[in-house]
Structure formats: C-alpha cells, structure tokens
Design a protein around this ligand. Sequence first.
Ligand code: NAD
Length: 438
Amino acid sequence: MPKKYPKHSLAFIGAGYVGLVSGTCLAEIGHTVILVDNNPDKVAKLKAGGIPIFEPGLKELVKKNVKARRLSFTTSLKAAVDKSDIIFIAVNTPPQPDGKADLSYVAAAAREIAEVADAYKVVVDKSTVPVQTGERVAETIRRYSRKNVDFDIVSNPEFLREGSAIEDFLKPDRIVVGVANKRAEKVMREIYAPIKAPFIVTDVKSAELIKHASNSFLAMKISFTNALARLCELSGANIDKVAHGMGLDERIGTHFLRAGVGYGGSCFPKDVAAFITIAKELGYDFALLKEVERINERAKALFLQKIEAALWVTKHKSLAVWGLAFKANTDDMRNAPAIDILERLHADGATISAYDPEATETARAVLGKKIKYKKDKYAALKGADALVILTDWDEFKKPDWSKVRRLLNSPIIIDGRNMYDPKEMEKRGFVYHSVGRG
Ligand code: NAD
C-alpha cells in the first residue's frame, strides 16, 4: 500500500449490495464516504448499526469505519453531493419483462445530482449499464444542471461477488475505469491507489461493455458445462473428470466449470438478458447468448425431472431441501434456481421443508407459505421421502450421515450441486443422484 495518496470525499447513491460494500471498502482504505439511499428503512437500519444484507465480514467493517468517522449514511442526496467531489451511482438496474435493463433509477440519480451539484464533480457509474449509458448520463446532467457546473463521467463497473464481496473489492483481479480525459483518470487512480491490482483505463463505452461481456462469458461457461453434463449423463461419462481435464488447459481455466442446477442471482440472468437486447438494438443478433439462457432453463427442468424420476410420483411426497439462496454465503434469493424448482414441486403437490443458514427470511418473501422453513438442517429431514440439495453451503459438506439416514423416510438424495462422491454415498447406503455423473 503506498504510504501517501490523496484522500477524497465520496458519495455513493444506492446503499445496496454494491454501494454498501464498495463504499465501506473505500472508507476502509482512507476515503470519507457518505452512502445515500432513498429507502428510509434501509438508512435507519444502517444508522442504528444494522446491516440490511448478509455478507461475511461486512458488519464489522461498517462498524469500524463508522466509528472512525469515515463512513456515514443519509437519505439526503443533496447533503451527500454537497460534501463530495466524486459521486458514485450504485443504484439497481433491474430487468424489464423484455430483458432490457431498466435505467430509470440511473436516470433519476443523474438528474438529482445535476439539480443539486454546484461545483465540479466526477460522476462515476458503478451500476451495470448498457454500453452508451455514459453518454445519456452526461446529457441528463447537462440538461438538468441548474448551475451549469463542470463534470466528468466515468464508468467503473463492479466485479465483486456476493459471499466474498469484501475480499473481491479489496483484492480484485482488475480495476476497470472508463474515462474521457486525464483529469478523471487521475482522480480514479487516486481513489484506488492503495489497492494492488491491474488498473485498466479505457474509454467509457469499452468499460461499460467489459462488464456485460464478462458476466455473459461466465454465464456461458456455466451453460457450456451444464450442456456437457447432459452429454455425460447420456454417454456414461463423468462431468467432474471432463471439467478437470479441460480446465487444466490454461486457455480454458478451472473456474466456472461446475455442473449444477443452473446459474441464478441478481446479475447473470439479468445481465445476459440485457446484453442480448443491447446487441439487438445495435443491430447484432447475439444468438449464442440466447442458447446460454435456454441451456440454463433446461438445467432446472432436467433437475426437476431427476427428482420426479427418483420419487416416481411427487404428489403427496414430503421433500427436505438444503439450501435456498442462489449460491452459498449469501442470503440473496434474486433469481435463485430454488424459486422455480420449489414452486414447481409445490404445484405438483409435494410438501417441502427447507433449511438455509442465511436465506430463510429472503426466501419467505418470495416463496411465502409454499414451503416450511426449518431452523436447522436435520429438522428439515424428519420424515422426508428424499433430500434435495440446492445450495452448496459449507455446513452441508460433512453432515452426520447416520443421523441423515435415520431421519429420512427413505434414503434418497438428489444433489443439484454435486457435493458428494457418488461411490461414498452408495457405501453410506443412499440412493444418490447428482448432475452429469454417469
Ligand atoms: P440493490 O438493489 O441491492 O441496491 C440498490 C440500492 O439503490 C437500493 O437500496 C435502492 O433503494 C437504492 N436507490 C435506487 N435509486 C436511488 C436513488 N435515486 N437515490 C438513492 N438510492 C437509490 O442493487 P445491487 O445489487 O447493489 O446492484 C446495484 C448495481 O450494481 C446493479 O446495476 C447491479 O447489476 C450491479 N452489480 C451488482 C452486483 C451484485 O453482486 N449484487 C455485482 C456487480 C454489479
């Protein structure tokens, strides 16, 4: 870490996953950060020392930086903009029914900044937005600026992953900054000075494109692996071995080659859908990505078929479920594969008792009374006709197998995350189904 670097006053508009984590981490490296959110409940909770999301290590880091007076929260965008030279936009960009990104929150934030800013500001877009959004944000600020103030627009996409967000932010693979001039580049270099990572400077449009391209590529890797898993099932091969053999080729890489129930979460489904529409509007049919989506839907459907095949009839069957969140170490249920899978099983007449270490409340908000929520993994198993695994939390890795065997009505496990060795499971007396393994 360089000993001396300029400290800046930063405002973050949006105190969600990205705003809260990035803002807190930038406070941690010495900047003064004000987080603005127009959800008063969220701000009240943060002010009272609470954290609206589950993210390992975040609570402690927020507490530390609030105490050091480098981090504060407000609902007043004006108060935050007045005190800051650099304004990060970290609002949500949810999908519309046709897959297009809803940019109304970004537009509203840009307009609000314009209306209150009375001196030069660097406006940094951290939300995931379609290429050319920077131009629109600049236009909006020019249109609504009361005082005709000078500003620079920067694209600084965020690559953190929920569940390891702090580590990802402070030790990233790269920092991408899209700028139109040296003045903005200098400020961005200063903000990130203590973070050791390749610092990629591009034009604004290229930076915007890097984010959608990266997420779409990663989703493609997952779908490719799930398609291969199906081929493995049809041919008697084993996806774990195939992925291992492929991944050691440095050009391919070992990450994101795990078969399962398909990708979910707040980013991949939304970003792939948005990228398809972005390409279409630019005049390119990105058919490859449509297939990525199709394979992903099929991964869920095939998993449901596995459950049905294992149980013969799902109606009146009792199912235990381990894991609801879209992945481990998060309470995020946005687009979790569990939603489609469990809604379907519920519609088919199955009774579902589920346990997730962190996502009970977020799942309840989506699935309501369609499932029963249990306080520990063993409680979910009592009298169930099968155990279904949907999220690979660490605490599911080595359960007390004799207890699992005893509590289940019949020893059937359908594992959507390939957590266990099929041979070991057979030895333990289970009828074990997983994805893409013969
Ligand atoms: P989020 O929904 O958790 O948070 C967005 C916050 O912005 C909300 O708290 C909302 O109340 C607030 N907000 C909206 N409009 C506002 C306004 N005008 N003024 C003040 N506050 C406002 O969303 P998120 O998951 O943090 O994602 C934010 C952006 O970052 C999205 O574009 C997303 O695609 C991108 N992103 C997300 C992740 C991730 O893992 N969640 C990772 C990388 C990038």
